[in-house]
Every structure is written in structure tokens, then in C-alpha cells.
Design a protein around this ligand. Structure first.
Ligand code: FAD
Length: 454
């Protein structure tokens, strides 16, 4: 931090500084501001939404119990969907049912998904941030933190031409990579990209697919709808004509006819927190997109599909995870551990894409998928050890690699972030530290904000 002393050209302040504007940062900032704290949101790209907008990742995974009877994640997440649906940019998960084209016909907990248009999400996120009164700073990258004792005083950020210091009482790390936590001295863990870290994926999106032809072709195998496509991939691989290390294509129908998202490129063995690796990752991702567009010409229903867009950033499934005052484990999800400080529910299984090999997601470790139908997420995984005025939300929270493989989906990210933002506002109001938050009061507020905890 000393390196920047004397050259900081502007100082801004608020009660709460939310660092990073992906799904987590946006929900945390809205919740915080709505609960009465002056809130600043800092995002390094020029767009909010992170992985969900710049990365084109979607649909929103399930926010219902596995039977599709009860919606278990609502709050700000549901508000966004309702607003997007009003603009024609989403289909509410209560309408998408169990096994569907919106969920790539996957049976395991891919019920009640939410297809959405990334442009609609951008607009709705911005609308809700502004309505809540959040002060938004885009195109500015956090470089470092300034601490006194065990508390963060400010973060220093660079906007391309000058350094700006953002001072606050409470900070929320929503950078995905736990960057602020790391700089503040929180212990962080990350799997080895060669051995265990989940691979990255550059999403893309196509139009002009023939939906009816796709359906008819896949209907050949009632039990395992995607098998016909997967067989073609395996045949091509055997002939040396499918260079991507993945045995299945992830094809997710979007809101409009003929439009599908592709979760199919695979970038293994590179570190998401290393600039050199990330540059290689993008180059590799784009090469794979180009290859796939050619390959699709051989798949029934996709012969005339055209590319609409590829992600502006490569999607990072996981990177650093903080050490919090509690660490959520896979066992907690299996046993549905009851937490006094529950702040969100989730039903998604442990979904780990392997660091090596061609297998996909949940399929490669069948025994890992027996989590409870619905399980609880506790507040303490948002609270890092050793720094007194910091909270986290999103994919950098305190969870084991396996547990994060389940709770990393966007609905639970929104829910955790709503809790973090509300907790930060409570801290400001009561002059307390995140570790001392009146959890009962936090839970009451979340319920009042239409979140499900029971
Ligand atoms: C390939 C892939 C497929 C997935 N599939 C699905 C799916 O189908 N459905 C689903 O629900 N979930 C899915 N997920 C999971 C989900 O998309 C992510 O876990 C979630 O979006 C993470 O949100 P986040 O806000 O924590 O992080 P991010 O979206 O990564 O946001 C972090 C934000 O912080 C900003 N930032 C970082 N560092 C700084 C800095 N120093 N200064 C300022 N800003 C900074 C970034 O620019 C970014 O906008 C998938 C993820 C991936 C990668």
C-alpha cells in the first residue's frame, strides 16, 4: 500500500464498499443500500453481472426443491427474474418444469431453471442498483487495501488514468477470486489447476438453430435424450476429429426460438488468477468456439446455426476460497446440517468438472451427488477469519472444493450476497463487526425481503 501513498488523486467514501459487480456484488449492493447504508459498488469491467453477463453463463440453475414443488430461493433473485420476464428477457422457473431443453434435458436436479437473456439481466441489474441508490463505479480495478490493525480502511483502485481510494466502514469482497480478502491478509485456498481445480469454459451463444429438428432427432433416445449427439462426438473423437477434452455438449435453450447457449469449451490446467494463463485461456477458448461452429454443421438441427456472441471473459468455475469462521463441507450438504445462522437454502448437487479428462460435471463422481433434497447455507461462511470489517459473497466464500461445487450456482450466489449486504447494513447501523451480527435480526430481515430460510 505504501507504494501508492502520495499519488492517490481522489478519495471517496461510503458506509459499505462492495468490491466486484458480478451477481454477488450486485445483489449485495442492492440489499445493503435498501437496508439504509450508503453503498459504493466497484467493478473493473464496464458492465455489471460478471460471469452472468460478460461471461454469457446461464441459465440460472435450480431455485426449487428437486420435486419442483417449492421455490427455495427468492428475494432479490426472484425480483430480477420477474422484471426480466416483463421485458421478454426471461422465463420464470415456475414455468420451465422438470427435464427440459432449458436444462439440456439433464435429469439430476436440473428442474425449474431460468433461461434469461444477458442483455435483459444487464438492464435489470442496473435499474435495481440505481433505484436502490447505490453509487456505481465501473471500469475501475481494485489494486490493494489499506489496513489499520485488523480492519480495512480503504481499497485503492485504478481507473486507467488515476488512483482512487474508497474508504468505508464495512467491505464486501465479491471479486470471485477473493482478491480483497487475500490483500487484507485472509488465508485463502485454491485447488491446483493441474490436479483438482475445475476447468474454465468460454461460453457462446447461437441463433438460427432448428428447434423442432433438434427435438425430433434427440427423441430417438427417450431415456437419455442427448445420447444421439454424444455418440456423434465420440465417433468424431475416435477418428481424431474432436479435439476438445469433453464428452458432451452442453446445449441450453434460451428464451427465443432458435437460440441456445453452449457450455462446451473446456480449458484445463490453467490458473484463473494468473494473467498469462488467462490470456492463453481466452485464445484457447475462442479456438474451440470456432471449431465447434464448424462441427455443428454435422449435427442434425444445428447445420444452419450461426454464432451470435462469445463471452467477453472466460467463465471461471472456481479459484480462491477464503478461510471463514465456518467452512461448509460436502458432509453438511449430505446430512443437511441444521445451522442456527442459516441465511439461504439450496438444492443443487456437487457438480465438479474434472481438472483432467473428458467427463462432465456431476457424471464423473456419481457417489458425490447424494446431497439432501434441500440443505442450509450458514452466515458464518461469509465471514473471514482475521479481518474484522470484511464480508464475502459469491464463489469465494468459505467452503470446501466439493461444497463450493454445489453452492456456486447463481441462485445461491444471489441469496448469499443478499444476506451479506443486509448484514453489512446491520453492522453500520449497530456499530458492530460482521462476526457480531445479530443473526436473528438478520434472518428476520431476510424473511421480510421474501427470502426463504425454512
Ligand atoms: C463455465 C461455468 C458454467 C456455469 N454454469 C452455471 C449455470 O448454468 N447456472 C448457474 O446458475 N451457475 C453457473 N455457474 C456458476 C456461476 O455462474 C458463478 O458461480 C457465479 O456467476 C459467480 O458470481 P460472482 O459474482 O461470485 O463472481 P463473478 O461473476 O466472477 O463476478 C466477480 C466480479 O468482480 C469483478 N472483479 C474481480 N476482481 C476485481 C478487482 N480487482 N476490482 C474490481 N472488480 C473486480 C469482476 O470483473 C466480476 O465482474 C457457472 C460458472 C461457470 C464459470
Amino acid at each position: 500500500m505504501e507504494a501508492y501513498s502520495g499519488i492517490i488523486e481522489a478519495v471517496k467514501s461510503a458506509d459499505v464498499i462492495v468490491c466486484g459487480g458480478g451477481c454477488a456484488g450486485v445483489a449485495a449492493a442492492i440489499a445493503c443500500s435498501r437496508n439504509g447504508a450508503k453503498t459504493i459498488l466497484i467493478e473493473k469491467s464496464s458492465v455489471v453481472g460478471g460471469t452472468a453477463t460478460n461471461g454469457l453463463v446461464g441459465p440460472f440453475m435450480t431455485c426449487f426443491d428437486p420435486k419442483g414443488e417449492k421455490q427455495i430461493i427468492k428475494g432479490i433473485f426472484d425480483e430480477m427474474i420477474v422484471r426480466m420476464e416483463e421485458k421478454g428477457g426471461a422465463i420464470h422457473p415456475s414455468k420451465t418444469g422438470q427435464v427440459s431443453s432449458y436444462g439440456c434435458y439433464i435429469k439430476l436436479r436440473h428442474n425449474n431453471l431460468t433461461p434469461f437473456h444477458p442483455e435483459a439481466l444487464k438492464m435489470v441489474m442496473m435499474e435495481m442498483l440505481l433505484e436502490a441508490g447505490v453509487e456505481i463505479h465501473l471500469g475501475i480495478t481494485i489494486l490493494d487495501v489499506k489496513k489499520e490493525g485488523d480492519a480495512i480502511q480503504s481499497v485503492v483502485a485504478f481507473d486507467g488514468s488515476r488512483l482512487v481510494e474508497f474508504a468505508g466502514k464495512i467491505f464486501i469482497d465479491c471479486t470471485g477470486d477473493a482478491f480483497v480478502s487475500l490483500k487484507a491478509g485472509v488465508t485463502c485456498d485454491m485447488e491446483d489447476p493441474q490436479e483438482g481445480l475445475q476447468p474454465m469454459t468460454l461460453f457462446f451463444w447461437i441463433y438460427n438453430a432448428d428447434d423442432q429438428k433438434i427435438e425430433a432427432y434427440l427423441d430417438q433416445d427417450e431415456e437419455n435424450k442427448y445420447l444421439p449427439y454424444h455418440k456423434l462426438i465420440e465417433e468424431a473423437r475416435e477418428k481424431g476429429n474432436f479435439p476438445i477434452n469433453r464428452n458432451k455438449i452442453g446445449l441450453y435453450h434460451m428464451v427465443n426460438e432458435g437460440e441456445w447457449r453452449l457450455n462446451t469449451t473446456r480449458i484445463q490446467g490453467l490458473s484463473p488468477v494468473d494473467e498469462d494463463d488467462m490470456s492463453h485461456a481466452y485464445v484457447e477458448g475462442l479456438k474451440q468456439v470456432e471449431f465447434l461452429m464448424e462441427f455443428f454443421k454435422t449435427l442434425p438441427g444445428l447445420e444452419n446455426a450461426r454464432i451470435a456472441q462469445s463471452g467477453a471473459v472466460v467463465g471461471i468455475r472456481e479459484s480462491r476460497r477464503i478461510e471463514g469462521i465456518y467452512t461448509l463441507t460436502e458432509q453438511d450438504l449430505i446430512e443437511n446440517t441444521k445451522f442456527d445462522d442459516v441465511i439461504a437454502l439450496c438444492s443443487y448437487p456437487v457438480d465438479l468438472h474434472p481438472a483432467k479428462g473428458t467427463l462432465t460435471g456431476t457424471s464423473y463422481k456419481k457417489e458425490k451427488t447424494n446431497v439432501a433434497d434441500v440443505y442450509e447455507i450458514p452466515y458464518r461462511i461469509l465471514v473471514p477469519k482475521n479481518v474484522s470489517n470484511l464480508l464475502t459473497a459469491g464463489r469465494c466464500v468459505s467452503a470446501t472444493h466439493e461444497a463450493l461445487g454445489a453452492i456456486r450456482i447463481m441462485p445461491s450466489v444471489f441469496a448469499m450476497a443478499q444476506a451479506a449486504g443486509t448484514a453489512a447494513a446491520l453492522c453500520v447501523k449497530n456499530g458492530t463487526r460482521p462476526e457480531q451480527v445479530d443473526v436473528k435480526r438478520l434472518q428476520d430481515l431476510l424473511r421480510e425481503q421474501n427470502q426463504c430460510l425454512d
